[in-house]
Design a protein around this ligand. Structure first.
Ligand SMILES: [Zn+2]
Length: 319
């Protein structure tokens, strides 16, 4: 009896050891397989995408030149990059209505905003914006604003992803860097920079003061692109550089030729490029380009249209 007990105890110990070994081997196999599945996912997720829309307040097309804005001009001169200097902003060439068209894809008639100020009793924007479409389509978004009234564009949204800092671009680049996190796979970033507009009102459009601040801004933009390139090296990266209006003398509100003529540049940094070129469009079409880059296809209800030539060169990216 005693011997039998001893024997069965021995067997039990053996069984326990066996179970323990199986568990250890199981855990090892599981974590190994887990890693390889993860690696496979990283391969698949090369379609990470960041779309950065930069609105340079007051940047009329006539302010760009190879000597003063070498970075932006190099993008314009690049045949692979979509750009036009002939985009038109609204006849009421002012910051608020123009930006509302830019982010809603609607004409001024359809968004119905006719002042350039935000009053306490102004109702919240009730039209869908690129930020709403971003959220509906699996994108996280960030908005960096250097004029507080532009908070209106967010339609009442709040959060750490919205930053208002009424400063010039030479002091906000670090804030932009800190604001945008690379934890998400699909990111929309909206950046508003006020320098050119402020210097225009103070010293005049095309004044040496304004041009000199623009030269500095051009450098900042190039550094900003470099930063995004480093931080988002495994993302498809798209940068749109555009404006809400230009200006003439010390104003821009009357729809003058240089007030309405603004640049549009779509810089696809190391990403699939588009074969559209030599067309003109209006500020509300910017929204459609952003939506296209975010793979949002239902835009028929908007005023913005995508030129039929707006198609991807490399179809395999599936944009
Ligand atoms: Zn202004």
């Amino acid at each position: 009896m005693k011997e039998q007990k001893k024997l069965s105890k021995g067997i039990r110990v053996l069984i326990y050891i066996g179970i323990l070994i199986s568990v250890i081997v199981g855990i090892f196999l599981f974590s190994y397989l887990g890693t390889s599945v993860k690696e496979e996912n990283t391969e698949i997720q090369k379609n990470k995408r960041i779309v950065v829309l930069v609105s340079i307040d007051g940047l009329g097309s006539n302010l760009l030149s190879s000597t003063n804005t070498p970075f932006l001009q190099s993008l314009i001169d690049d045949k692979e990059i979509l750009s036009t200097l002939e985009m038109k902003t609204l006849v009421q060439s002012e910051t608020m209505p123009s930006h509302i068209s830019m982010v809603t894809g609607l004409t001024q008639n359809h968004h119905g905003f006719y002042t350039n100020t935000l009053e306490e009793d102004t109702p919240i924007l009730d039209k869908d914006t690129i930020f709403d479409y971003a959220l509906d389509n699996g994108y996280s978004y960030y908005a960096f604003l250097t004029k507080s009234k532009l908070i209106y564009l967010l339609g009442g949204k709040e959060g750490e992803n919205i930053v208002i800092k009424e400063e010039y671009s030479d002091t906000v680049m670090d804030d932009i860097d800190t604001m945008v996190e690379d934890e998400e796979e699909r990111i929309l970033v909206f950046i508003h920079l006020k320098d050119i507009d402020s210097y225009g009102h103070e010293y005049g459009w095309e004044s040496k003061e304004q041009l000199s601040v623009l030269k500095e801004l051009d450098r900042e933009l190039e550094l900003m692109v470099d930063d995004f390139r480093d931080e988002y090296s495994d993302y498809e990266r798209y940068f749109i550089f555009t404006a809400d209006h230009g200006g003439e003398g010390k104003q821009h509100s009357d729809g003058c030729y240089d007030c309405r003529r603004i640049p549009f540049i779509l810089f696809n940094d190391d990403s699939p490029s588009y074969n559209f070129k030599n067309f003109t469009f209006s500020i509300y079409d910017v929204a459609c380009v952003v939506l296209k880059l975010m793979h949002v296809t239902e835009t028929e209800h908007l005023d913005c249209v995508l030129d039929t030539d707006f198609s991807i060169v490399n179809e395999e990216f599936g944009i």
